[in-house]
Write a protein that binds this ligand. Structure first.
Ligand code: AMP
Ligand code: GLY
Length: 421
């Protein structure tokens, strides 16, 4: 098959890496890709947000299957455009991607199907939003409704802080995303992510993971896109996963189908777990980044068959071949991230890294310049390893980290602590 993957991060590098291990893959193109992806696949540069452009490229290159990595093209309707042009696609329609693109929509679906989640209010003006906050008290969570690249959520410790966040959102600090605001009950517990493939009728769990959102060791400092992840997440036991499927995922899928917007693709189910009960924090309409990297490390070449089965509506006859293994990924970020950081610094030592089914350095924000790998993003590398225990996987990953020569970068040294300590 000729396969096209859309995206340019560590998530897409890991999807490409897994796809290439599958004998069904004859030709792989990634658009736009990055320096790490370019080392293993063809890269093409075109506007992945424009459905007509993507369909045109797919036509010219006789593409059999398109895998959409990031949320932005999904929310822009690129999957719909491709399907209307006759292509097989992995990723939800624009309507179904609202499970990520609109927090108010997700809450409405949860209410309609009785899925456990935080109590909430949905507001289009600041006065009513502040009234609600004063009535509820703090701590309380203020969220911009739309896509805000992970920055649209404020956990307010006080009513005053919540009111300031509401003003910021309605003043346009979050652009279009903040024109509507969702205010939620603050949930306590432990967070974990559950990844489920959906084909409109059936669901197939493909793994659990835990991310580390804060920039500093011990979960300190500002929020980031994710500084590391590991899979499986012990807190998301089989029992909790069953509850999440029965009370949250399957009812949501049924409600989507009932509304004429069946969901096909991967559903990222962000859960808060307390006293043996999962509650929904959020849905994402795509794989997590860096959670995808640990899932791909564990699934290997079969990942492609699973994605293909989801796209073809064959999940009822599909099973995951589980190994009793663990994977971890450590994010190397540019000094300064998630604040301002320099671009263009040179990364040495990557050539000597092992690249096999146990060890892989996935690239996120990299480019090739004059034969060298340079950093061009905030999160730059995802140093990923697998082992028979999490401790073994972690030792392998940090061993690689320590051999990378990049003074302009840093990482957290405690990825996996919740599961190990
Ligand atoms: P979201 O983009 O909705 O996932 O929010 C980002 C992060 O904010 C989540 O991963 C949680 O850590 C936190 N968060 C969001 N909503 C809540 C809530 N209702 N209660 C507690 N924490 C939350
Ligand atoms: N790592 C969090 C996310 O992908 O949204």
């Amino acid at each position: 098959m000729n396969i096209l993957i859309l995206g340019s991060g560590g998530r897409e590098h890991s999807l490409a890496w897994a796809t290439l291990q599958n004998p069904k893959c004859d030709r792989l193109i990634v658009a736009p890709g990055n320096a790490g992806i370019a080392a293993i696949a063809e890269c093409a540069d075109f506007d992945i947000m424009d459905g007509a452009v993507v369909a045109g490229f797919a036509e010219e290159n006789a593409i059999d299957f398109v895998i959409i990595g990031p949320e932005a093209p999904l929310a822009a309707g690129v999957a719909d455009h491709l399907r209307a042009s006759g292509f097989l696609v992995f990723g939800p329609s624009q309507a179904a991607a609202a499970l990520e693109a609109s927090k108010a929509f997700t809450k409405e679906i949860c209410v309609a199907c009785d899925a456990p989640t935080a109590a909430y209010g949905h507001f289009t003006d600041a006065v009513a939003a502040k009234e609600y906050v004063r009535a509820q008290g703090a701590p309380i969570v203020v969220k911009a409704d739309g896509l805000a690249a992970g920055k649209g959520v404020i956990i307010a410790e006080t009513v005053t802080e919540a009111e300031a966040a509401i003003d910021d959102m309605f003043d346009g600090s979050f652009g279009e995303a903040g024109a509507e605001v969702v205010i939620e009950e603050f949930m306590t517990g432990e967070e974990a992510s559950f990844f489920v493939l959906c084909d409109g009728d059936n669901v197939l769990p493909i793994g659990t993971a835990q991310d580390h959102k804060r920039v500093g060791d011990g979960d300190t400092g500002p929020n980031t896109g994710g500084m590391g992840a590991y899979s499986p997440a012990p807190v998301l036991s089989d029992e909790i996963a069953e509850l999440a499927l029965a009370q949250i995922v399957r009812p949501t899928m049924a409600e989507m189908t009932k509304r004429g917007m069946p969901y096909q693709g991967v559903l990222y189910v962000g859960l808060m777990i307390e006293n043996g009960q999962p509650r929904l924090v959020e849905y994402n309409a795509r794989f997590g980044d860096p959670e995808c990297q640990v899932l791909m490390m564990r699934l290997g070449g079969q990942a492609f068959d699973l994605l293909h089965a989801a796209a073809e509506g064959r999940l009822a006859d599909t099973a995951v071949n589980w190994a009793d293994d663990h994977a971890i990924t450590v994010v190397l970020a540019a000094n300064g991230y998630p604040g301002p950081y320099e671009k263009g610094s040179k990364i040495n030592g990557l050539g000597a890294m092992p690249e096999d089914s146990m060890n892989m350095v996935f690239h996120a924000g990299t480019a090739e310049k004059d034969g060298a790998i340079v950093a061009i993003g905030g999160r730059v590398l995802n140093v990923t390893a697998r082992g028979s225990s999490l401790a073994q996987a972690r030792a392998r990953a940090y061993d690689m980290v320590d051999r990378i020569d990049w003074p302009e970068g840093f990482c957290r040294r405690d990825i996996g602590w919740r599961a190990l300590d």
